[in-house]
Design a binder for this molecule. Sequence first.
Ligand SMILES: [Fe+2]
Ligand SMILES: [Fe+2]
Length: 303
Amino acid sequence: MSRSWDTMDSFEAFLDAGGIVEVDDAMPDEYRKAVFAFIEMHANSELMGGLTERDWIPKTPGLRHKMSVLAKTQDEIGHGHLLYMVAADMGIKTRTRMLEDLFAGQSRFHNVFHYQAKTWGDQVAIAFLVDAAALASQQAVFKNCSYGPYRRILKRIIAEEGFHMRLGEDRMMRIAQGTAKQRALFQDALDRWFWPALQLFGPDSKPDDKLLRWHIKSERNEVLRDRWVQKFVPLLHSYSFTVPAPDLSFDDDTGRWDVGPIDWEPLKATLAQGGPDSARRIAEASDNWKRTAWVRDALAAPA
Ligand SMILES: [Fe+2]
Ligand SMILES: [Fe+2]
């Protein structure tokens, strides 16, 4: 049964008491738009991440790795499909419209997918650092998410992302114990991917962040980012890799790592579709969409 709220105050009280909003509830417009935009960006990111992964299927060394890249590509594209369905059900844009906006460069996806994975080392760094960052963000949403359909889909996505993170760990450990050349390959990738992965969490949350107030996010960006730093800096050190942060410091009193000032300009560039690989990524995805138009036309044609 559809529910409605007379005022924003009563809606927020419902959310604060742990209420879960369902798709046919008469939720406030502002909430609908904010949650939709968040899920749309998540869906776009899964799709663009899946395409990054797909690029590596032919280039991946060895059958064992190739099978895992194949499985991961299917997972990410599957996550995209699930999220586009949840987003489309909110009645703001159709699934096709969301895809068209993405391929026209008019909607956002995560900063990390605006970069190119150049070597196998980059693939390892992405699985190790980026999937872990994405998983931490998604877990923080799942923990307290007030929008029921998104929360239910996240449960499955998180289970699969957990495998991606483990896969990244496994590959990183193999490369860390490998030859000097393999270690150099990973260090080189780490130099490229450390900062983009850290920036995946975004700049510090604004004090009036609506996604926090409405129980979509459960933790502030800076808290999640710092937790990632405290986990990954010592982990990378333990395998004798260098963290590419010239101002990195350790506070003996608090036992915490500080990466120093963060340059947010690269993140801003990706938000404006001006990342190092944005143009190529969007153009390729768009070409693919155009090339497959005949399938959509055939399906839409009367029998
Ligand atoms: Fe995913
Ligand atoms: Fe993933």
